[in-house]
Design a protein around this ligand. Structure first.
Ligand SMILES: [Zn+2]
Length: 399
C-alpha cells in the first residue's frame, strides 16, 4: 500500500541540496516523484496539502538506539546524578546487567508489545528511520529473538522503518565465568543466524571495561564474512582504539567518539566511516566529541538519540538536532544534514531516504515552524504536524 498521489505545496522545503523557500513535493507510489518551486509543480495528483509556509524536511534518521528492554533504570539515573559511580551502581545491582536480567525475564509477548509501543514514539520527533540494536539478552536465543522482533516491527503500521543491528557484544552476560574473548568467539558463531533473522549490521562495545580491540576485530571480521555490515561503540569511555579499528575494518559507522583525536578523525573520514554523535550521552558523560576535528577531516556525521534504559530516554530526533547545535556546536545546516543524509548513510539507506530526491522513499516531515532555526530555538518543543513514511502518514495528516 502506498497511498494516492499527493502534492505538498507552499512549504519551506529544506534538503541537504538546499532550501526552496516556496517549495513543493510530489509523492507518487510512496516515492518522491518531483521536488521544485510550488509554481512549477506538475498536475495529475489525487490530493493536495497546502503547507502554508511550514518547514518541510526529509524524514529524520535516528542512527543509534537500544530499544529492546523491559524497563528504564530510573533509580540509577537519580543515583548517578547524586554522584554514584559506575562501580557503585554495578555493586548495587544496576547497569546493563540489571537490564539483561529483567529483559530475559519478560514474557515474549510483553516485551514485543512494549518495544512496539516504544518505537511508536519516534515519529512524534520527526524520525521515519531508526537504527535499532539488540543487546539486552546476551544469549543466543534471546539475541536472535530480539533481531526477529525488530525485523518484524520494521514493516508494522505507523512505526518508523528499522535498521536492525545485532549487539550481542554489548557486555559480558551477567555471571559469565569465562573471558571476554571466549564470549566474543561464542557470539561469532551466532552471526550467520542473526543475518538470516534480519540483522543488517553487527556492533561491538569496544571500550575500556568492555571489549578490547583485537577480539573485537575478530568478531567484526566474522560479521563481514557472514554478510553483515559492521559498526562500533568506539572511544566513548577511553581512547582504546575503537575508531582506528572502525577505519581498518571498513565499518559503516563508529559511534560516540568522545575521546578520539584529530588523527582518528582523519582515519574515519578517509575510510568513509560515518561518525555517529549522540549529544545526550555526551552531555551525561560531561565530555563532548571533537566536532572541529571531525569537521576539518571532512567526516560524514550522523546523529543518534542513544535511547537506552540507563542514560537516555529520549525518542525525539528534533531534540537531538537541537542539542547537536546547542551542546555540540554543529551549525543547524550540519545538524540537519547529519540527521538526514548522514543518518541514511549510517544505516546504509543512502539513495533510499534522507534527501527528498526523486526516486527516494517519500519520507517527509511537515513541522510546526516556518524555519529550521526552530530546531535549536525550541529544542524538544518543536513538533511535526505531519510525518509520512513511504508516502503514508504515520503521524498527523488525518492518518
Ligand atoms: Zn549505544
Amino acid at each position: 500500500m502506498t497511498g494516492p498521489a499527493l502534492l505538498i505545496r507552499r512549504g519551506r522545503v529544506w534538503r541537504p541540496a538546499g532550501v526552496l523557500a516556496d517549495g513543493a513535493v510530489l509523492i507518487e507510489g510512496g516515492r518522491v516523484a518531483w521536488v521544485g518551486e510550488s509554481g512549477a509543480a506538475p498536475g495529475g495528483w489525487d490530493s493536495e496539502l497546502d503547507a502554508g509556509g511550514a518547514l518541510v524536511t526529509p524524514g529524520l534518521v535516528d542512527a543509534h538506539t537500544h530499544p529492546v528492554y523491559l524497563a528504564p533504570r530510573l533509580r540509577e539515573v537519580a543515583a548517578r546524578s547524586a554522584g554514584a559511580g559506575y562501580a557503585e551502581i554495578a555493586a548495587a545491582g544496576g547497569g546493563i546487567g540489571a537490564t539483561v536480567r529483567g529483559t530475559r525475564g519478560a514474557a515474549p509477548g510483553e516485551l514485543a508489545e512494549l518495544v512496539r509501543e516504544r518505537l511508536a514514539r519516534w515519529p512524534a520527533g520527526g524520525a521515519t528511520t531508526v537504527e535499532a540494536k539488540t543487546g539486552y539478552h546476551l544469549d543466543r536465543s534471546g539475541e536472535l529473538a530480539a533481531v526477529r522482533l525488530l525485523a518484524g516491527l520494521s514493516t508494522a503500521g505507523r512505526l518508523p522503518r528499522l535498521s536492525v543491528t545485532f549487539l550481542a557484544a554489548h557486555a559480558l552476560p551477567p555471571g559469565y565465568e569465562r573471558t571476554a574473548t571466549d564470549y566474543l568467539a561464542e557470539v561469532s558463531a551466532w552471526l550467520p543466524e542473526a543475518k538470516a533473522a534480519g540483522a543488517a549490521a553487527a556492533d561491538v562495545f569496544c571500550d575500556e571495561g568492555y571489549f578490547e580491540v583485537e577480539p573485537s576485530r575478530r568478531l567484526l571480521e566474522s560479521a563481514r564474512a557472514a554478510g553483515l555490515a559492521v559498526r562500533l561503540h568506539a572511544d566513548e569511555l577511553a581512547r582504546t582504539g575503537g575508531a582506528g579499528l572502525a577505519a581498518q575494518v571498513g565499518a559503516v559507522s563508529a559511534d560516540h567518539l568522545l575521546r578520539i583525536d584529530a588523527g582518528d578523525a582523519v582515519a574515519l573520514a578517509a575510510a568513509g566511516v560515518v561518525a555517529v554523535l549522540c549529544p545526550v550521552t555526551a552531555m551525561g558523560m560531561g565530555r563532548l566529541p571533537p566536532v572541529a576535528a571531525l569537521r576539518a577531516a571532512g567526516a560524514v556525521l550522523a546523529l543518534g538519540s542513544d535511547h537506552n534504559p540507563g542514560t537516555s530516554g529520549i525518542t525525539s530526533m528534533a531534540t537531538v538536532v537541537g542539542l547537536a547545535v546547542q551542546a555540540l556546536g554543529l551549525s543547524l545546516e550540519e545538524a540537519l544534514r547529519a540527521a538526514t543524509a548522514g543518518g541514511a548513510a549510517a544505516v546504509m539507506l543512502a539513495g533510499e531516504t534522507g534527501t527528498l530526491s526523486p526516486g527516494e522513499a517519500a519520507d517527509v516531515v511537515l513541522w510546526d515552524a516556518d524555519h529550521e532555526g526552530a530546531f535549536a530555538w525550541q529544542l524538544g518543543e518543536l513538533r511535526p504536524s505531519a510525518v509520512y513514511r513511504s508516502g503514508l502518514p504515520i503521524l498527523g495528516a488525518g492518518g
